[in-house]
Design a protein around this ligand. Structure first.
Ligand code: 5CA
Ligand code: ZN
Length: 420
């Protein structure tokens, strides 16, 4: 599938600093230590509604990972999926009287516009689940053959003739299950139902077993699954299949929001381990904290949304939106208010005024500081504060180093994705 256009990334003078970032599985800050080509997989959208600030925060965070790696001279192989077939998409299409394919197409196009406006570097491989069904079905068949998956009869009322079987992953078959989240069974059970799981499904061996293949119900879209019969993929397996097909096991960073730690990333990693017999799935699992509004996590299902596209329609400069996101550390939950945006707009104006002059105070220390902050677990708020200090100095006392504003502007562009 086509992704969005790539902005250019200027080179930044001075020594780069390798990235250390928080890995959910070990609970530690760890160097990412990629090879010449760093590999990144970030869970993409389910395209049934528009991009909100929570999604944007996630994609901007992993954009910074990519920018720091590039600054360190790595090529980056970035893969992102798009969940263009899943229950919420079908439900929304049904509610709005749309074909699910048209709804997905519309929302994917809008997401691309939003990402382009926010200067997020595009994935190299933007992979549709619909386009990957054959690979996913092959993996599900391999899991069944290897004894890590089993069939559960679909009740006669739901299926065409009562002979259909859904396929489930047997969590007890995989010793690594639990290694990503380190959650207790109680914690897992507490959120499983609200995060797409079906703990009460009759016939499962364990309440936590995850759906791999849903047999076709009358009126639902379906694909040929070979020996699985017609159906469609479960959620977690799509990211195992796509990530391992594109990047192999032990890729550098698996990314997404903290809402995906369990079950999604736990299950994807377990499925991949069962398929390959190898571990780890990813070397680091990195999670963006939740952005909320009015005391709750921003979510399409709750409807408490601040949409990037709406802000853009209201005339808000996308660079200010990006600055509003960068003002928060990626590991801290935060709630959006109009003040967040106003502060970002004010900051942008100040930076523009300071950077529009010919000369200024030397920028090399500020650039170095930017690199230190980003390399140390993406401390973006501290990075912005360093630029604020340079701008204050420029606007109060000025400076006489020719070209200093240009040097800083290029560093902001390359490292923070902030184009002045
Ligand atoms: N398609 C699946 C992943 S395979 C999915 O979770 N789609 S999504 O559209 O619901 O979310 C897209 C990305 O945004 C995911 O990485 C998710 O973790 C992240 N995300 C969703 N809501 C928020 C939020 N309120 N704050 C921060 N990130 C969020
Ligand atoms: Zn995913």
């Amino acid at each position: 599938m086509m992704s969005w256009p790539s902005p250019s990334v200027p080179a930044v003078p001075g020594p780069p600093i390798p990235l250390r970032i928080h890995d959910t599985a070990s609970g530690e800050l760890r160097p990412t230590s990629p090879g010449p080509t760093a590999s990144l997989y970030v869970c993409g959208i389910t395209p049934y509604d528009a991009t909100h600030l929570g999604h944007a925060a996630t994609y901007v965070t992993f954009d910074l990972v990519q920018r720091v790696w590039r600054d360190n001279g790595h090529r980056v192989h970035y893969v992102q999926n798009v969940t263009d077939i899943d229950d919420p998409l079908l439900e929304r299409a049904e509610r709005d009287g749309l074909d699910w394919r048209d709804l997905a197409k519309r929302e994917i196009a809008l997401f691309h516009e939003d990402m382009t406006a926010l200067a997020v570097l595009p994935p190299d491989d933007y992979v549709s689940v619909v386009d990957s069904v054959d690979d996913i079905a092959a993996d599900v068949r391999a899991l069944v053959a290897g004894g890590a998956a089993y069939g559960v009869h679909v009740p006669a009322g739901e299926g065409a003739d009562g002979a259909l079987q859904d396929v489930y992953y047997d969590v007890a078959s995989q010793a690594r299950f639990g290694a990503v989240s380190s959650w207790s069974r109680e914690q897992m059970l507490e959120v499983y139902a609200e995060r797409g799981g079906d703990p009460d499904r009759a016939g499962k061996r364990d309440a936590l077993d995850a759906l791999l293949w849903r047999a076709a119900r009358p009126g639902e879209p379906s694909w040929d699954g070979g020996t699985l019969g017609p159906g469609r993929p479960g959620w977690h397996i799509e990211c195992s299949t796509i990530a391992v097909r594109q990047l192999g096991m032990a890729f550098d960073v698996q990314g997404g929001g903290t809402d995906l730690v369990f079950p999604h990333h736990e299950m994807s990693a377990a499925h991949a381990a069962s398929l390959s017999g190898q571990w780890p799935f990813a070397r680091s699992y990195v999670h963006q904290a939740m952005v909320g509004l009015d005391g709750h996590k921003m979510s399409k299902s709750r409807g408490n949304l601040v949409l990037v596209s709406q802000l853009r329609r209201d005339g808000v400069d996308p660079t200010a939106i990006r600055l509003a996101l960068l003002a928060h550390h990626y590991r801290t939950d935060w709630y959006y208010t109009d003040d967040t945006l106003r502060a970002a707009q004010k900051r942008l104006e100040r930076w523009r005024a300071a950077l529009s002059r010919e000369g200024g105070p030397s920028a090399s220390e500020t650039v170095q500081h930017l690199r230190e902050c980003l390399a140390d677990d993406l401390r973006t708020a501290n990075a912005l504060a360093a630029v604020d200090r340079w701008a204050d100095q420029q606007l109060t006392r000025g400076g006489d180093e020719p070209g200093a504003p240009g040097v800083l502007a290029r560093a902001l562009d390359a490292l923070l994705g902030v184009r002045i």
